[in-house]
Design a protein around this ligand. Structure first.
Ligand code: CA
Ligand code: CA
Length: 303
């Protein structure tokens, strides 16, 4: 009888240990499986959010779909859907174009409007100039190879036109100024070369570059929008000349000169920003495409 009770004495803890081990295994397996399901579900939501954003891009690239079209907003952030913003790239400043045109005042006015001291603005423009021009001649407050090397950044500046607006964050003397201005990227483009379109220019740009008053900006934007009160729709009033715009606004002297220097009536490149959602996950696609050449794409970026 003694050996039997000894076996029983060993068997009970063994059984309990097995139960505990199996219970732990079930909990562990459950956690792993839940993780798999969640990651699968996240991947699926990301996929659907991108599909939603792609739907928005397809709509935005259709020249018959204009700003204000109800199709540009579909569904909601909590479940799934997309939202598309249509703006115009010709309303932005191309640093390559203006530096290569030898025009510093456009940057002076912009940076002054951002609140920069003249010396800070001059250094930023010199930095931009030296980054873009192909030579190694140092501008007064700029930075060429030697300055970047001393700063521990050999191989810079690029000595060529910007390939992406993000590059501006790498430019000595310009970078700190950009860091102080939230949303600075919305001011610039590399996809449209030329004077800014008066048809599409935004109020902050009109104020910064031509010193227009809020009332003048409002009058211009109302006229541009046409009867439906929406910009970038078929009934928009087509502005024929800068002189006519200046006359309409009663702009003389410095305002008129600035309008003529920085703006014209051409330029029309659609910027399509589409955000898709699915179950709390979002995906953004930005496409730049010529408005009058459907199907052509100049830039495609996903975030
Ligand atoms: Ca240079
Ligand atoms: Ca309109």
């Amino acid at each position: 009888m003694k050996p039997r009770s000894k076996i029983q004495a060993i068997a009970l803890p063994l059984v309990l240990w097995c139960i505990a081990f199996l219970a732990g295994l079930v909990v562990l397996t459950g956690g792993v499986v839940r993780g798999w399901i969640e990651s699968e579900s996240l991947a699926e939501r990301k996929f659907v959010a991108r599909q939603m954003a792609l739907n928005g891009i397809a709509l935005g690239m259709n020249p018959d779909v204009e700003a204000g079209n109800p199709l540009l907003r579909h569904g909601n952030k909590e479940t799934e859907g997309h939202e598309v913003k249509l703006t115009n790239e010709a309303a932005r400043i191309n640093p390559n174009f203006w530096i290569q045109s030898g025009n510093r005042p456009i940057f002076n006015r912009l940076f002054a409007n951002w609140g920069a001291e003249l010396s800070v603005a001059e250094a930023a423009i010199d930095g931009l100039q030296d980054w873009i021009d192909g030579d190694d001649f140092l501008s007064l407050k700029g930075a060429e190879r030697g300055e970047y090397e001393r700063a521990g950044r050999p191989g810079y500046p690029a000595n060529r036109p910007l390939k992406h607006i993000r590059e501006m964050e790498s430019i000595m003397n310009l970078a700190p100024l950009l860091a102080s201005k939230q949303g600075w990227r919305d001011t610039f483009t590399i996809w449209y070369s030329g004077k800014l379109s008066i048809q599409h220019a935004t109020q902050p740009i009109l104020v910064a570059l031509a010193d227009l008053t809020p009332i003048q900006c409002q009058s211009l934007i109302e006229v541009r929008a046409g009867l439906d009160g929406l910009e970038n729709t078929a009934d928009d009033e087509k502005l024929e000349s800068i002189e006519a715009v200046a006359d309409f606004l009663g702009a003389g002297g410095r305002q008129r000169a600035a309008l003529l220097e920085f703006f014209d009536t051409s330029g029309d490149i659609r910027r399509i920003e589409s955000r898709g959602w699915c179950g709390g996950v979002s995906h953004k696609i930005v496409v730049i495409a010529p408005t009058r050449a459907p199907g052509q794409i100049m830039s495609w970026e996903e975030q």
